[in-house]
Design a binder for this molecule. Structure first.
Ligand SMILES: *Cc1c(COP(=O)(O)O)cnc(C)c1O
Length: 343
């Protein structure tokens, strides 16, 4: 790989940025009489939280065998995605690239940041089209490539050799979104963050960790990129109660594992049952906690389910006649199956 110098692709204003120094940056000691941050001395949520979420990162780091300086935690993956634009892309000038159909936030976040999103459609196999991608490697304004693996809404993992090829040949940031990796029987790329200076791996507490409401997203990368993340983020970007919720979720590993296996077992049941329902034409392979199914007429199937108060995701606008169905509890799935058989 030709040497990639991170400093060359960081926005100049971010390189030069002197970050806001909050009260909790200046005094990091443990006890004391805190008269430094204009907090109210009364109450239970009255103190500003740890700006760097150290307890959560320490625990995550121990579990994943990754040092704390290679971990960023943010207000959901939404923040992790937004900040990567703000660190690397000059508004109105630089570009990013994604492989649709994929997670809609890459595009929305690009637009908010005034960054053009180049789209290279997935192949029919839902894998990346490398021959179509390679010419874009020469575009000096292309700063970030987004790879979602397992991909939403198609459900499949991307070919690891393709990801490796992109990491080795693209001289910009490769952002791999692993929101669903815990459901896939495959290794995370977080073990590669020291191999590739351009790799950012994002994960989230929203799916496998049952904490969508707490809004905890994670970026794993080398200390230099994590340093830029910390420089650009809002000072107290994860609330105290949410930091505690994330920590508790990590401590409760047995609950995580038993919920995960319940979901995977229900997924296998749905796959089996779906194949017997005439209305369903195809059930796509899934490495996630949802199934993409093709039906005769997605709009009408979706509407019929809504009439029965069963809410699925109609993806007809992105993949012809496809509906994305999240794996629920046993009872929820039973109700879904009954409804599908009655349409
Ligand atoms: C659900 C999902 C996320 C999670 O987003 P949060 O902001 O962390 O809740 C991220 N990426 C993909 C592809 C998703 O489907």
């Amino acid at each position: 790989m030709k040497q990639l110098i991170l400093r060359d692709i960081i926005r100049k204003n971010i390189l030069a940025l002197e970050p806001y120094s909050c009260a909790r940056d200046e005094y990091m000691g443990d006890g004391g009489i805190f008269l430094d941050a204009n907090e109210n001395p009364f109450g239970t949520l009255n103190r500003y939280p740890d700006p760097y979420q150290s307890k959560v990162k320490q625990k995550l780091g121990q579990m994943k065998n990754i040092p704390e300086n290679r971990i960023f935690t943010g207000n959901g993956s939404d923040e992790v995605i937004d900040l990567v634009f703000r660190i690397f892309c000059n508004p109105g000038i630089d570009r990013a690239l994604s492989f649709p159909p994929t997670y809609g936030m890459y595009r929305v976040s690009a637009t908010i940041n005034d960054v053009e999103m180049i789209e290279v459609p997935l192949l029919e196999s839902f894998q990346m089209d490398l021959p179509a991608l390679i010419p874009f490697f020469d575009d000096a304004r292309l700063k970030i490539i987004f790879i979602c693996s397992p991909n939403n809404p198609t459900g499949n993992l991307m070919n690891p050799n393709d990801i490796k090829f992109i990491l080795e040949n693209f001289k910009g940031i490769v952002f791999v979104d692993e929101a669903y990796i815990d459901f896939a029987g495959s290794r995370s790329l977080i073990s590669e963050i020291d191999e590739y200076p351009n790799l950012i791996v994002s994960q989230t507490f929203s799916k496998s960790r049952s904490l969508a409401s707490a809004r905890i997203g994670i970026a794993y990368s080398n200390p230099e990129i994590i340093g830029y993340y910390n420089k650009v983020k809002a000072p107290y970007n994860v609330s105290g109660p949410n930091q505690q919720a994330a920590f508790d979720a990590l401590v409760n590993e047995n609950e995580f594992l038993s919920r995960k296996s319940a979901i995977l077992e229900e997924k296998r049941r749905l796959q089996k049952e779906f194949s017997t329902i005439p209305l369903i034409k195809k059930v796509y392979h899934s490495d996630a906690n949802f199934l993409l199914v093709e039906v005769d007429d997605a709009d009408s199937t979706y509407a019929a389910l809504i009439d029965m108060k069963i809410v699925t995701r109609n993806r007809n606008s992105v993949i012809n006649n496809c509906i994305r169905i999240t794996v629920g509890t046993r009872d929820e799935n039973t109700a879904l199956l009954k409804a599908l058989k009655n349409i």
